[in-house]
Design a protein around this ligand. Structure first.
Ligand code: ADP
Ligand code: GLC
Length: 513
């Protein structure tokens, strides 16, 4: 049987190797395609802000390397320019350092032709056709960065856009004494995005044909960047324990379950944390009135403000208000809502949704808003301030995901007393406990089977509790009392970084014999 998550971590801790790696300050380099406060399309960006900060607070030196996108108009200092060979093309990206933020250093890879575009990964016509070249360049610059500017003790890469870092280090740079013992931890934030390209791309990005193999980055006749990360990184993590188990199965493994099973002894699930300075009703500067678990009066003011922001009538103030903030993607389970929308709206509830993405889901919410103008409203787009207003002003937060590696919005919702209704998968299952009326324990409402009827039953269960003011107060208080701060997760990453360092030193010693 495959072994995963905490058991592996425990084993790692138990197998102290003969030499000693000091647990004091490490130099940690984050390589990511997005990160707040500079760029964001989803939860990855929140992680790339929160985790480096938490590691810094634990006493480590941390730097973050990001592409310099359109709109990143920061004052920065040029630190180097790099020549990158991409097949038969030479490119000359620059590396600039931006201002430090809470002790974390920020570096940017600047190549306007590749990164100064309206969006990060694609536009209305789909993914940018040169994404393989863009992110290969980014990965190659990351390696040069470690050699010339800042040699870390560990590199932490995230998702397919950075997966070539371990691939290149362990193949084309395998004999380079400067980087041979440089360990890489690779985090899977979402197995649904793999970086798949035609075989011919291999030549364009300057990778050898030998890598196009089953034990390399070939995947059903295509090139698969993510697979490279899974194979060549020293350790793998994903963002919840349950998702770490799920991705070993064909239902959730997105075709890579075999590869992941082969590395199960190097896979750990570490739950994402939350930056409560940004996401809590006590501190939030973007909501109509602050409130706390001790006094929820402000939450009603926020609800009123939210209804106004969505131009819904004030009569909804006493009706349960369900909030949605999401990328509109298949992953998020909106086809279930489509399946039972008629029955759902038979219930006495109102819905506010904020999101953007696949046209069919934008259409779904627009059609509902048209049909039920008094009770349903949608804003298509990306709007951080409105996302905060929904977290504060809604009574319930709906997240019926088909799969969810971690999910942040349900964790934010808990803190705002906005009771999550979720499907029991991935991080949603790990962070929400089903409310039991008998014991008054639990923080939200969960359902298992991916079926519209089952979702409907779960919403009805939540509505029933909502009508019982005392029970509702209990579920809210339980939720608001939960703490998913970064501190605990950051400490788990440190343990893993140390294990990766030990393992890499051993491997490098072995391969130089
Ligand atoms: P994912 O990364 O799969 O999109 P997460 O729940 O981990 O899901 O993170 C989503 C993040 O993006 C949250 O911080 C959420 O508030 C934010 N977000 C998603 N869609 C929008 C939107 N339309 N407007 C503002 N913020 C959004
Ligand atoms: C991905 C996942 C989401 C997770 C986020 C940050 O986008 O879809 O579940 O919370 O990454 O790890």
């Amino acid at each position: 049987m495959a072994r995963t998550d905490h058991r592996v971590l425990d084993e790692v801790l138990a197998h102290s190797l003969p030499f000693f790696v000091q647990a004091i300050s490490m130099k940690i380099l984050f390589v990511s395609s997005e990160g707040l406060p500079y760029s964001k399309t989803g939860g990855l960006a929140d992680v790339i802000e929160g985790l480096p900060r938490a590691l810094r607070e634990l006493g480590h030196e941390v730097a973050v390397l990001l592409p310099r996108y359109h709109g990143n108009k920061i004052t920065s200092t040029l630190v180097s320019s790099v020549t990158v060979a991409l097949g038969d093309q030479l490119r000359f990206p620059a590396i600039a350092e931006g201002p430090s933020n809470q002790g974390v250093r920020y570096f940017f890879v600047s190549d306007p032709e590749y990164f100064d575009r309206p969006q990060l990964y694609g536009d209305k016509d789909g993914d940018y056709p040169d994404n393989a070249e863009r992110f290969t360049e980014f990965c190659r610059v990351a390696i040069e960065f470690t050699k010339r500017i800042w040699l870390p003790d560990i590199i932490h890469c995230h998702d397919w856009q950075t997966a070539l870092v371990p691939v290149l280090l362990r193949t084309q740079h395998a004999r380079d004494p400067a980087t041979r013992s440089l360990p890489v931890v690779f985090t899977i934030h979402n197995l649904g995005y793999q970086g798949l390209f035609p075989r011919a791309t291999l030549r364009k990005i300057g990778l050898p044909e030998s890598l196009f193999a089953v034990e390399g980055i070939e995947f059903y006749g295509k090139l698969n960047f993510l697979k490279g990360g899974l194979i060549f990184a020293d350790y793998l993590t994903t963002v919840s324990r349950r998702y770490a188990r799920e991705i070993l199965t064909s239902e959730y493994g997105a075709g890579l379950e075999g590869v992941i099973r082969g590395r199960a002894d190097r896979l750990v699930g570490i739950l994402n944390g939350v930056d409560y300075a940004t996401w809590s009703p006590e501190a939030d500067g973007l909501i109509a009135q602050n409130y706390s678990v001790h006094n929820l009066a402000g939450k009603r003011v926020c609800k009123k403000d939210l209804l106004a922001a969505f131009a819904l009538p004030a009569e909804n103030l006493d009706r349960p208000l369900v909030g949605i903030v999401s990328r509109f993607a298949d992953q998020k389970g909106f086809d279930l809502i489509a399946e039972v929308a008629g029955d759902l709206l038979q219930e006495d509830l109102a819905i506010v949704a904020l999101g953007t993405g696949q046209p069919e889901y934008e259409k779904l919410f627009k059609a509902l808003a048209e049909k039920y103008p008094q009770r349903v409203a949608v804003k298509i787009g990306y709007d951080n301030a409105l996302a905060h207003k929904i977290e504060a002003g809604a009574d319930m937060f709906l997240m019926p995901s088909r799969y969810e590696p971690c999910g942040l919005n349900q964790i934010y919702s808990l803190r705002y007393g906005t009771v999550p209704i979720v499907r029991a998968t991935g991080g949603l299952d790990d962070t929400v406990q089903n409310f039991a009326p008998r014991t008054q324990q639990g923080t939200g409402f969960k359902f298992e089977a991916y079926e519209g009827r089952v979702l409907l039953g779960c919403v009805r269960a939540a509505l029933k509790i909502f009508r019982d003011a005392k029970a509702w107060r209990a579920v809210q208080a339980n939720a608001m009392g939960k703490e998913y701060s970064w501190k605990v997760s950051a400490a788990a990453y440190v343990t893993l970084y140390e294990a990766a360092r030990r393992s890499r030193v051993l491997q490098a010693a072995g391969s130089s014999k």
